[in-house]
Design a protein around this ligand. Structure first.
Ligand code: SF4
Ligand code: SF4
Length: 100
């Protein structure tokens, strides 16, 4: 017996539990297990990290990357993965290294 594949009309509707567009109200930075560290001298200012970060946690001044907003960064590591700088410009460190 072959199962019929589901189409998009068969999928249960999703719901927004709270109000929409509330990302700024929730400081999700406490979720992270890893923290990106910017190595300024190796940065070529390509802005790929800004483009790919899913949380808009890359700080910018004009068109220059200036570091991370750790209140929103979830530590996914995408920025470090896509950073094309020849010498590493973003290093992921364990969050436990920053505990007091
Ligand atoms: S680790 Fe993830 S959330 Fe944090 S700055 Fe990099 S891409 Fe954004
Ligand atoms: S992706 Fe890397 S080289 Fe490009 S702006 Fe970000 S830190 Fe700098």
């Amino acid at each position: 017996m072959t199962m019929k594949k589901k189409g998009w009309k068969d999928i249960t509707e999703g719901n927004i539990i709270d109000k929409p567009a509330t990302a700024l109200e929730y400081k999700t930075g406490t979720w992270k297990a890893f923290r990106p560290i910017w190595i300024k001298e190796n940065c070529i200012q390509c802005k790929f990290c800004w483009l790919y970060c899913p949380d808009m946690a890359i700080k910018m001044k004009g068109d220059k990357m200036t570091g991370f907003d750790y209140e929103y960064c979830k530590g996914c590591g995408i920025c470090a993965k896509i950073c094309p700088a020849k010498k590493k410009a973003i290093e992921m460190k364990k969050e436990t290294e920053f505990e007091k």
